[in-house]
Design a protein around this ligand. Structure first.
Ligand code: NAD
Length: 495
């Protein structure tokens, strides 16, 4: 297999122009399947972040006054452009992020769905009103945009996560800045090429590359009114605190450790297949990946046999190879961290049923591969039971009853997702009623909300109140204004 290589210096997009950053601070972007350096990304300094904010501020008054029916027209064009460029975007995601080409294209499909929903902004942004709240007095609530808003996004969905935010922000009348992950900045270059073709006026959308210093410049900029963040929990907490201390709105999605409970009455073939895809898909680097399987009663024996069979037969390799089911993890550091956490699990008493460490992939000896790994008999009170591994590692636990299983599910810091596998409607109702998680799956392994529902993380998986996507996105990117109105009587009551 030929790997596409080439080293490109990436650009910022400010005020409708592509800019080579003046910084001397760059980092390399790697293809995780080969370890080749495929691009260099600038770490944009404070003065250039300010230039981007000023360009957005300049564009804002006119964009805000543009009728909402006109503001959504570039989004209709963007949808078509994303569809026409699906293959190129899919390849770019696979090359810089490592997931399989099929997973990359599926990711873009989810992005497109968000563009479609935001195209409904003329209806979504409507307010409400009452006539005659007192004699001759009317009251209206309208939604107005905030101004300049920004999003800071993680490495694992470089095409989808920026589009969880951008379409809602701009259709609601804001100007939007993106700071993508410095590990996967190439997809954003492609997205912004398409945004440019879609015809947004200069300054309405902007791109600044970088890492922590660039993020801090955004968080401290007085003209940035709202921050959307997706990434790990420690960074989510930091960003939420610093943005809030600076008087900004913030919605910050954090990490996860998602449990799935398997009852003895579950369809075991279907459940294991779904759970294996949830755990090992995207090399476990999904915030909705299942990372803990809790078998109840007799489910343990058959589930264990089946998951071992899946983990040991899953083909690992380069994501552009069609026969491959699982690609590499994002970096050498990430692989070392995952392998270390497996050691820690064993040290805390877990049994290593499948060890995916230290295995090479033919033709890709330098790639950052970790094969599927299964730990059994993980103690729910151990450190590893509550630590996000973010790799293709399943921790198995066991419970005597569904109540015990729900207790394990609820006794943890995160709350991104919890799933149940069962043939019983009553058990399903008990589970969805009681579990402490914002996204719940019943006989599903990745309960990803569609674009017209909020992505509802709870606990330490989310800091804020309004989530990404759907009406929550509209509310987050607008402020309500209430008008109470009386007019001198100029007409007669003869009607
Ligand atoms: P990360 O937290 O390391 O980085 C996310 C973003 O924050 C990047 O743009 C990065 O440049 C920036 N950043 C990193 N450290 C920073 C710091 N100290 N100060 C300011 N900015 C900083 O996350 P990641 O490794 O890119 O992504 C993986 C994590 O994201 C996992 O924990 C995963 O669970 C989580 N995630 C959550 C969701 C969700 O919806 N809850 C979705 C996808 C990923």
């Amino acid at each position: 297999m030929t790997v596409t290589a080439g080293k490109e210096q990436l650009l910022n997009y400010i005020g409708g122009q592509w800019h080579r950053s003046a910084t001397s601070d760059f980092s390399d972007v790697h293809n995780p399947a080969t370890a080749d350096v495929i691009a260099t990304v600038p770490h944009t300094a404070k003065d250039e972040v300010d230039q981007a904010v000023q360009a957005a501020l300049k564009a804002y008054p006119d964009w805000r006054m543009t009728p909402v029916t006109d503001r959504v027209q570039p989004l209709f064009r963007l949808k078509r452009l994303l569809e026409e460029n699906l293959d190129d975007l899919g390849r770019t995601i696979t090359i810089e992020c490592g997931k399989t080409y099929g997973e990359s294209v599926a990711e873009m499909q989810r992005a497109i769905e968000n563009v479609e929903v935001a195209c409904g902004m003329p209806s979504l942004i409507q307010g409400y009103n009452n006539e005659d709240i007192a004699r001759g007095i009317d009251e209206h609530m309208i939604r107005q945009p905030l101004g300049v808003v920004a999003a800071i996004t993680p490495f694992n969905f470089p095409g989808m996560i920026p589009i969880w935010f951008l379409p809602y922000a701009v259709a609601a009348g804001n100007c939007f800045l993106l700071k993508p992950s410095e590990k996967v900045p190439m997809t954003s270059q492609k997205l912004f090429n398409l945004l440019e073709q879609a015809g947004f006026p200069a300054g309405v959308v902007g791109l600044v590359n970088g890492g922590k210093a660039t993020v801090d410049a955004i968080l401290d900029h007085p003209e940035v009114r709202a921050i959307s963040f997706v990434g790990s929990t420690p960074v989510a907490r930091y960003i939420y605190s610093r943005a809030s201390a600076n008087g900004k709105r913030a919605q910050c999605q954090g990490g996860a450790k998602n449990p799935a409970v398997i009852l003895p009455d579950a369809d075991m073939e279907m459940s294991t297949r779904i759970l294996a895809d949830s755990t090992f898909g995207c090399a476990g680097q999904r915030c909705l990946a299942t990372s803990v399987a809790i078998t109840v009663g007799e489910a343990k024996g058959e589930f264990t046999e089946r998951i071992i069979a899946d983990a040991t037969s899953r083909k690992v390799g380069y994501g552009m190879d069609e026969s491959v089911a699982m690609g590499p993890v994002i970096s050498a550091e990430s692989r070392a961290r995952i392998e270390g956490l497996v050691d820690q699990g064993v040290g805390e008493g877990a049994k290593l049923l499948v060890d995916g460490r230290g295995k090479e992939v033919d033709g890709f000896r330098n790639g950052y591969f970790v094969h599927p790994t299964v730990l059994a008999d993980v103690d729910p009170r151990s450190d590893i039971a509550g630590t996000e591994i973010f790799g293709p590692v399943l921790s198995m636990m066991h419970a005597g009853t569904i109540e015990e299983a729900i207790e394990i599910v609820n006794n943890r810091r995160y709350g991104n997702q919890a799933c149940l596998f069962t043939g019983s409607g009553s058990a399903a109702r008990q589970f969805r009623y009681a579990v402490d998680a914002g996204n719940v799956g019943i006989n599903l392994g990745v309960a990803a909300p569609m674009a017209f529902f909020p992505f509802s993380g709870w606990n330490e998986s989310f800091f804020g109140d309004l989530h990404a996507q759907s009406r929550h996105g509209v509310e987050f990117y607008t402020q309500t204004k209430v008008i109470v109105e009386r007019w001198p009587k100029t007409w007669s009551r003869k009607f």
